[in-house]
Design a binder for this molecule. Structure first.
Ligand code: MTE
Length: 322
């Protein structure tokens, strides 16, 4: 993975969502008045079109939310990792409009008594959608605070009657090179489709959610539409996007970054300031949007969620199981 290739703009240039949207409608109005298509230069026009029709979601608040101030909508939706659409941080916002997210189902199978297809419409309408404001820590040593809209993964899996002997959940992203240009790029650094996995207790932990939105609206494509995983105490790459399959297994499933670089990325990938990445320190992080002169912040064990999750790893050597 690349790091620090895209410097953060100074805080004077960081915009709240309201300002961002107002500025957009202003630019759109100006463009309309002059007969031009609205295409402000700071973001791809396709991402704007997609955001304009974003569906609002009805959410409830959650006691799991951090009180830290969320990053702006602009930060969250224009600084992304989604290698199916390119390896640069702005590539997903510029390119992910090619992805069709309806119809969409997730195959739920493997060691369950009640396998089936989970339709995204059901996920959006039959479950309680919670706003969960979580810290998000990328393995590249930057972080954000993101107001997700999600459903505990445990609530979803319960519907499929998981067998007692199931030990892991294996997740898979859509494989559709015609809509995901990175999947046919010869420079691609990852094997496709993107895959991830969680141990059963991690999957069933109340902090683990399937996210279907952010900032109270359906997920923009670049953030993993229509449904992605969010596991806040692990490095961001565990949070697999645009999921089409969840399979309950007995054996530890393969994970994309571990396949790409086994020496650098393990299965567990818990945020751990005492275990450095072989090529850089994990002791501190740069908060996106804080400005280039802002002090780096100390990275917390399990990304600050130690009280809730440390017990899952009791007795494990977290240097070995990194
Ligand atoms: N999921 C898929 N399918 N493809 C990806 O390239 N990147 C991962 C993760 N999930 C990735 C993915 C990485 S490296 C990170 S840091 C997070 O998504 C980024 O999520 P965000 O762009 O919403 O911040």
């Amino acid at each position: 993975m690349t790091s620090y290739r895209y410097p953060t703009p100074p805080s004077s240039q960081i915009t709240s969502k309201e300002d961002f949207l107002n500025r957009r409608s202003f630019v759109a109005g100006m463009a309309g008045a002059s007969g031009l298509a609205a295409a402000p230069s700071f973001i791809g026009s396709s991402a704007i079109a997609q955001e304009r029709k974003a569906q609002k979601l009805k959410t409830t608040s959650s006691s799991f939310s951090t009180v830290e101030k969320p990053n702006s909508y602009e930060d969250v939706t224009t600084y992304n990792n989604f290698y199916e659409f390119g390896t640069g941080k702005s590539d997903p916002a510029e390119n992910a409009h090619t992805l069709t997210t309806r119809p969409w189902t997730i195959d739920v199978g493997g060691m369950v008594n009640n396998p089936g297809k989970l339709d995204i419409e059901k996920l959006l309408t039959k479950f309680t959608l919670e706003e969960r404001i979580y810290r998000f820590r990328c393995v590249e040593a930057w972080s954000m605070v993101i107001p997700w809209v999600g459903i505990p993964l445990a609530d979803v899996l319960k519907q499929y009657d998981v067998q007692g002997s199931a030990k892991y959940v294996a997740f898979e992203t859509l494989l559709r090179p015609e809509e995901m240009p990175g999947q046919s790029s010869t420079f691609s650094s990852l094997p496709w489709p993107y895959v991830e996995g969680l141990r059963m207790d991690e999957a069933m932990h109340p902090l683990t959610i399937l996210a279907v939105g952010l900032y109270g609206e359906v997920l923009p494509n670049q953030n993993g539409a229509p449904v992605r995983l969010v596991v806040p105490w692990k490095y961001g790459f565990k949070s697999i996007k645009s999921i089409v399959s969840m399979k309950l297994t007995e054996d530890e499933p393969p994970t994309s970054w571990n396949k790409a670089g086994p020496r650098e990325y393990g299965f567990y990938s818990n945020v751990n300031p005492t275990v450095n990445h072989p090529r850089w320190s994990q002791a501190t992080e740069r908060r996106i949007g804080a400005g280039i002169f802002a002090k780096r912040i100390e990275t917390l064990m399990f990304n600050g969620y130690a009280d809730q999750v440390a017990s899952l790893y009791e007795g494990m050597d977290l240097r070995k199981f990194y």
